[in-house]
Design a protein around this ligand. Structure first.
Ligand code: GLU
Length: 445
């Protein structure tokens, strides 16, 4: 079967799973030529095997809220592919979570993890539980109930979960506590753990720092740098915080952040105090960014709008999938954007990517840009296995090296005859070859 037939079959088989089909479509489009040039992949049905998860677990989670009312949520874990290492990927807790979203994230994770050069397969999990507005006790009871099912299928050499939207240090703590109780073993089965119980330095910053290191490499290719550049970010969580911290350190000016309620424009740019305030905003457990302008009245809040109409040199979406569409992309291009570096997973729609490519804007996809998060998770696993903790500088320099190597891989596989770098193609081909060749070596399983 050729790539188009495989895609058509998949659409018939999983008609409602639009995010998952979108992610598969993007990868298959990029690798079509490589696939056609290497008939061994077709005879081993590599794509047909790669696009279906190894297995999917779905379970009910029952817990009791602070009012004594019973709550029921749905939980999932998708073990997508373990050709190059144990299943690895975060847990998303958000009311929008469904199988299509987790399958897209798990599928992306396979290639992202391959790009890190570390031995990690792809997985994702999550629940439609909404942590916003919940008390610590409610979060704990939910996380414990979630683990009562999940613990059976994870393990330090089997499947290693981590954070994602809605799952941060607090949630990992509650989940890990319950895992340890049930398993009667203190094995570092989660990453993103607390620093005094097996976590790694730089893990909280890793996605944002890594994304900024990657973007710096993109700028380097144009003999350019962050100094004096205006940068627009979306989101106000952990990833946005890490990007704001590093971009500012490198001399860039971050002028926007956003939430589901709208975006904040801060003309003066975020400084150390404002970046610190992001942590407080996040810890407040409300999903709104507007309190920022009460704290810093020089900034302006635009309710219900996205930050992509603001003039900038570099745009870095950091919130969630499909947060930047074709129209937004056109506004960015009209306003003279030079680089778009997607830090969220699949943050840009296919239409948006088309606009960037058509206008020869350098655009890099999430699976390359945000791989620093899972890369430091891999480094956390190494430290746990050695029962050692590396100093901050060591983890940061390894992260930097990994991001540079991902960028090099994108250049290698994504440079077009006219010299323009198609980072989407580069990242997808580099990730695919590594996983496909590992699957070839391991036979039909
Ligand atoms: N959720 C993050 C991601 O999308 C991190 C996963 C991990 O550390 O395992 O890559």
């Amino acid at each position: 079967m050729n790539v188009k037939e495989i895609l058509n079959n998949l659409e018939t088989k999983h008609p409602g799973e639009k995010e998952y089909l979108q992610a598969v479509h993007e990868v298959l489009e990029s690798i079509e030529n490589i696939y056609n040039e290497n008939p061994q992949y077709a005879s081993a049905k590599i794509i047909e095997r790669l696009v279906e998860p190894d297995r999917v677990f779905t379970f009910r989670i029952s817990w009791v809220d602070d009012n004594g009312e019973v709550q029921v949520n749905l939980g999932h874990r998708i073990q997508f592919n373990n050709a190059i290492g144990p299943y690895k990927g975060g847990i998303r807790l958000h009311p929008s979570v469904n199988l299509s979203i987790l399958k897209f994230l798990g599928f992306e994770q396979i290639f992202k993890n391959a790009l890190t050069t570390l031995p990690m397969g792809g997985a994702k999990g999550g629940s439609d539980f909404n942590p916003k507005g919940k008390s610590d006790a409610e979060i704990m009871r939910f996380c414990q109930a979630f683990m009562l099912e999940l613990w059976r299928v994870i393990g330090p050499n089997t499947d290693v979960p981590a954070g994602d939207i809605g799952t941060g240090g607090r949630e990992i703590g509650f989940m890990y506590g319950m895992y340890k109780k049930l398993q009667q073993e203190n094995t570092g089965v989660f990453t993103g753990k607390g620093l005094n119980w097996g976590g790694s330095l730089i893990r909280p910053e890793a996605t944002g720092f890594g994304g900024t290191y990657f973007t710096k490499e993109m700028l380097d290719t144009q003999n350019d740098n962050f100094k004096g550049k205006t940068v627009t970010l979306s989101g106000f969580g952990n990833v946005t915080w890490g990007v704001a911290l590093k971009v500012t350190e490198l001399g860039g000016k971050v002028v926007t952040i956003s939430g589901p309620d709208g975006y904040v424009y801060d003309e003066k740019g975020l400084d150390a105090d404002k970046i610190d305030y992001l942590l407080a905003l996040r810890a407040s457990n409300n999903d709104i960014v507007s309190p920022y302008v009460q704290e810093f009245p020089e900034a302006k809040f635009y309710p219900g709008e996205k930050p992509w109409s603001v003039k900038c040199d570099i745009a870095m979406p950091c919130a969630t999938q499909n947060e930047l569409n074709g129209e937004d992309a056109q506004k960015l291009v009209d306003n003279g954007v030079k680089y778009v570096s997607e830090v969220s997973n699949m943050g840009c729609t296919p239409d948006a990517i088309e606009v960037f490519h058509k206008n020869k804007i350098l655009f890099a996809p999430g699976k390359a840009v945000n791989a620093g998060g899972v890369a430091v998770s891999g480094l956390e696993m190494s430290q746990n296995a050695m029962k050692l903790n590396w100093p901050m500088e060591e983890v940061d320099s390894k992260l930097h090296q990994i991001m540079t190597s991902i960028h090099t891989a994108c250049i290698k596989y994504g440079t077009e005859p006219d010299g323009y770098v198609n980072y989407v193609k580069g990242a997808n081909i580099a990730g695919f070859i590594k996983v496909a060749d590992a699957m070839m070596d391991q036979g039909v399983v």
